[in-house]
Each structure stands twice: as C-alpha cells, then as structure tokens.
Design a protein around this ligand. Structure first.
Ligand code: 8YV
Length: 321
C-alpha cells in the first residue's frame, strides 16, 4: 500500500522512547543511526527528505545537512541549538524548531540541587555513610547556601527561573548578560569577571557556542575565589574544564556542581578524582514531565511547519531568514 505520510529523517534515537514511537506512527521515519551504512543511506536517499528530527545533544552536522538537498525543516528536541550547524542550515534555507520554555523549571531545579549538593557536600556525605566512615569519624561541616550572593551568568528564561528560586533561599542576585535585561529586578554587572568577584556562587545558564566558549576561564575562577562555588547547567563549552579541574584541585575555588561537560559523555578524568565537585550526566531536563512537554513541542513544531511553513517555536537565526 502506498504511503502518503511525509518522510522524516530522524538523526538518532530520541531522549524519550515514546517519541520514537509517536514519530514512527505519524511519519514515514528513517533513523539514520540505525542504518547499516549511514553515509551510503544518505547518498542514496538523502534527496527524499524534506524534514529531519534531532536533539540538542545529537545536533545536526554540516555533512548531514549537505546530504539533504531538499531539507526544509528540522525539529530539534532541546533548547540549545549550538550543535546544529547554523551555516549549513542557513545555506540550505532550512528552518529550525526547538523547545524553549518547557524545561526552565526542571533545569533551574537541578541548578539548585547541584548548588545545595556542592555547598553542603551531600554526594560526598552519601559516599561517607556508605563506606561506613560514620562509625569512625564525623563528617566535616560545610558552607551555608541560603543568604548567599548568587551570580547568574545568562539571564534568559532559565536564568530568571533560577533567580526566582533564589528568593526562597533569601539570596541576593546579580547577573551578567550580553546586555541588561529590561525590567529585571536584579543588579546587572557589566562583566563576567565583576560578577565572579561579587558572587559566592556563580551559576551558568548562558547559551553555548563560539560566542561563549571558555568565557569561564582561570581568571574568572580566581575572581570567584577560595570560598566560591561554580554551578553549570548550560554547556560544558562555556567553561575551560582543565582550568576548572585545576582550580578545584588546588582549592582556588571551594567546589562545583556540573551537569554539562566539554566532551560529553567524557568528563575530564581529573574531575573524577575530586571530592569537591558533584558530577551529573546532563540530566537537567530529564524528568517525565519535562521530557514529555519537550516531545510534544517537537511534534507540534513539525506539524505546524508542514501545515503553515512556520514552526510554533523557531530558533532566532532561523526566524530571521
Ligand atoms: C538535553 C539540553 O540536551 O535542551 C537542551 O539544550 O541540553 C537538554 O535538554 C536533552 O537531552 C536533549 O538532548
């Protein structure tokens, strides 16, 4: 029986299993990563696809975009779009949908989980109890989180959600951004260095990509200082990870909580040996509720594009075409 369902190239398995099934039900899906020879598959069938689906983590490299001459739209699962090749997509004239807004709460929640864990030593205390050390010695006292100065680098949707959480912890909030956010009740500091100097805890919620690469470097970490903590729920690329490992090891900062790394899934080995850093495997949006909402938006963006030529949520450089 001939199919009338639109063909969709899915770059790989999605971060929510139901979404794989839902896509396969609505569309004629080919999963590129499941093909025995993906390159050959693209060479033979690339011209048949007008639509592609991917995730923020998988991205979409120029090599794939270039092999899809009729590509019109990419629906991406995630709010970050630094792993999608902007130049190749703009050259192709393809539009890109993404999932902003629906993951702010869970990402902000995880930022606070990491912040509290890093300052209070929660993961370390868990290891302490499991090792049986409690019967021999006391767990050392730690740093109070509430009432501290919280610096937010990147005052977008997620940054402002983190700032709202901070009021419940009686924290003073200041931020740095490319430009001041109109109407923000918080103090704007014109440089990241000044923010790091001011803050007790620096939370990174800035977008990844070339514009923010390694902005959190040895100098910024030195400004944060030996009592300071770093939390990163944005992109590993924003932090010079080797400089961070060095600062943690030599106690030039007090601690860190990281959900993202420069080369996922491979955190720098030096970090694995340190007790003053909490490591999470990029799970900030990983709740049933949020992943469901993200999946719904991936499907909605695709339907909307097919019906109207515009997705419900479009990445800024795509919308500017
Ligand atoms: C995950 C994210 O990457 O939305 C983003 O940009 O980084 C996260 O939500 C998610 O697993 C999608 O790959």
């Amino acid at each position: 029986m001939a199919t009338t369902r639109p063909r969709v190239l899915q770059y790989g398995k999605m971060p929510l299993t139901q979404l794989d099934a839902e896509l396969a039900q609505a569309y004629e899906v080919s999963i590129l990563s499941e093909q025995p020879d993906p390159e050959r598959f693209l060479a033979e069938h690339g011209g048949q696809f007008e639509y592609a689906v991917t995730s923020a983590a998988m991205g979409l490299p120029a090599g794939v975009v270039d092999a899809l001459p009729n590509l019109k739209f990419v629906s991406s699962f995630g709010v970050g779009f630094d792993a999608l090749d902007k130049d190749a997509l703009l050259r192709r004239g393809a539009r890109v949908g993404y999932t902003p807004g629906v993951l702010d709460d869970c990402v902000a929640d995880l930022a606070f989980a990491l912040l509290l864990d890093a300052t209070r030593g929660l993961s370390e205390s868990d290891r302490f109890v499991r090792r049986g050390d409690w019967s021999q010695s006391r767990f050392g006292i730690r740093t109070r989180a509430s009432g501290k100065r919280l610096g937010i680098f990147g005052m977008g949707r997620i940054g402002s959600t983190v700032a709202r959480r901070a009021s419940g912890f009686d924290m003073e909030v200041a931020y740095h951004n490319r430009r001041p956010v109109e109407g923000s009740p918080h103090q704007y500091l014109p440089s990241l260095l000044e923010l790091a100097r001011w803050a007790d805890i620096l939370v990174i919620t800035a977008a990844g990509g070339e514009g923010t690469r390694h902005l959190v470097n040895a100098e910024v970490l030195a400004a944060l200082g030996p009592q300071g903590f770093l939390v990163n729920v944005a992109r590993g690329s924003v932090v010079d990870e080797a400089a961070l490992a060095d600062a943690l090891e030599s106690k030039r900062i007090a601690g860190a909580g990281l959900d993202v790394f420069e080369d996922e899934p491979r955190p720098l080995p030096a970090l694995l040996a340190l007790d003053n850093v909490v490591l999470a495997p990029h799970i900030a949006s990983g709740t049933h509720e949020t992943r469901r909402a993200m999946a719904d938006l991936v499907l909605h963006n695709l339907q909307q594009f097919i019906a109207t030529g515009r997705p419900a949520a479009e990445v800024p450089w795509s919308a500017a075409q």
